[in-house]
Write a protein that binds this ligand. Structure first.
Ligand code: CU
Length: 322
């Protein structure tokens, strides 16, 4: 088998080598490097096609959603554990399961889209560079920041928040970010009742109305007002949470720290209804997080759970692979 890499593929390979050297070396050792880069290239092209041609998302928005999904992965320092195993990447990994039309016409399109992407990337980089070179003073406050320097970053934040749910939901959702001091700041108004937000650490999630009142309770440490079943998406996974303590910020020997891959979350008005479900994140299916607290909810993985970081000083069994 050979796995032809286009210019996008070559960029992906270089990016992985620079930003995820351990993963790169491991893939190389397993003889899976070319195959994985190729899969990342194809998935990125296919998904761009789907988002732009089929779902009519503007090109730059689609690219923001897709670029870090498989291709330009976060660095190993920022994100040691990915929500997927790059060695087993295949076309079953998609932003969602919308089928992709006829394979044959795709080939050409992928090449074209990938070409466009690279062009777009260059243009933006070139424009940013040109601005810096001109020595334009950075806008300091208020509207100026939003209109000029802030615009790119706020578009990126919006795209990041949107990436938690399928585009059909997130494109019309209200977008907010939680700032470092825990305040919520609206980045864009929405029309469909959903809220897509990023937590202070950048973790994105999209919440329906019930989950929004739940989040209000959780953030402000008061009783959540859950009146109906509530649904939320976290298709980018999270950076880790205690399975028992809603307010834990890091792993301890006994707080059942768990890093989750892509998942959906469910809340119900009566927490007793969750009693029938397991609470072990590694049981292979959905589980209840924060059981026995006011914030108990169902975690429902939509992909295999990622490899867990070795819990320091705990007796936790090592996460089994595959
Ligand atoms: Cu979650």
């Amino acid at each position: 088998m050979d796995f032809p890499l286009g210019s996008l593929g070559l960029q992906i390979k270089a990016h992985w080598k620079e930003h995820r050297p351990k993963m790169y070396a491991e893939l190389q050792r397993e003889g899976k490097l070319e195959e994985s880069v190729h899969a990342a290239q194809e998935l990125t092209g296919e998904t761009m096609y789907r988002l732009t041609v089929e779902e009519h998302l503007p090109h730059d928005q689609a690219w923001e959603l897709v670029r870090e999904e498989w291709a330009f992965l976060p660095s190993e320092e920022d994100r040691p554990y990915l929500p997927f195993d790059p060695a087993t990447l295949s076309s079953c990994h998609r932003l969602d399961s919308t089928p992709i039309p006829r394979r044959r016409t795709m080939r050409k399109t992928i090449a074209v889209v990938a070409g466009l992407l690279i062009m777009a990337g260059w243009t933006v980089a070139a424009q940013e560079k040109a601005q810096t070179d001109k020595g334009e003073p950075k806008a300091k406050s208020g509207h100026e920041t939003m209109a000029k320097g802030g615009e790119g970053s706020s578009a990126a934040k919006i795209a990041r928040a949107m990436s938690a749910a399928p585009p059909s939901i997130s494109k019309n959702a209200t977008i907010m970010e939680m700032t470092a001091d825990g305040q919520m700041k609206q980045l864009r108004a929405g029309t469909n009742g959903w809220l897509c937000m990023t937590e202070a650490d950048g973790t994105p999630m999209c919440l329906d109305k019930e989950w929004q009142s739940w989040a209000d309770g959780w953030i402000n440490k008061k009783d959540p007002q859950v009146k109906n079943i509530g649904l939320a998406y976290m298709l980018k996974g999270d950076k880790g949470a205690s399975n028992t303590d809603p307010y834990a910020t890091k792993s301890t020997p006994d707080n059942q720290w768990v890093v989750s891959g892509p998942h959906v979350m469910v809340i119900v008005p009566d927490p007793a209804q969750l009693d029938a479900l397991p609470t072990d994140p590694q049981n292979g299916g959905p589980w209840v997080m924060w059981k026995g607290t006011k914030y108990a909810h169902i975690m429902m993985p939509t992909a295999s759970m990622p490899k867990q970081p070795a819990a320091k000083g705990s007796a936790a069994k090592p996460a089994e692979k595959k």
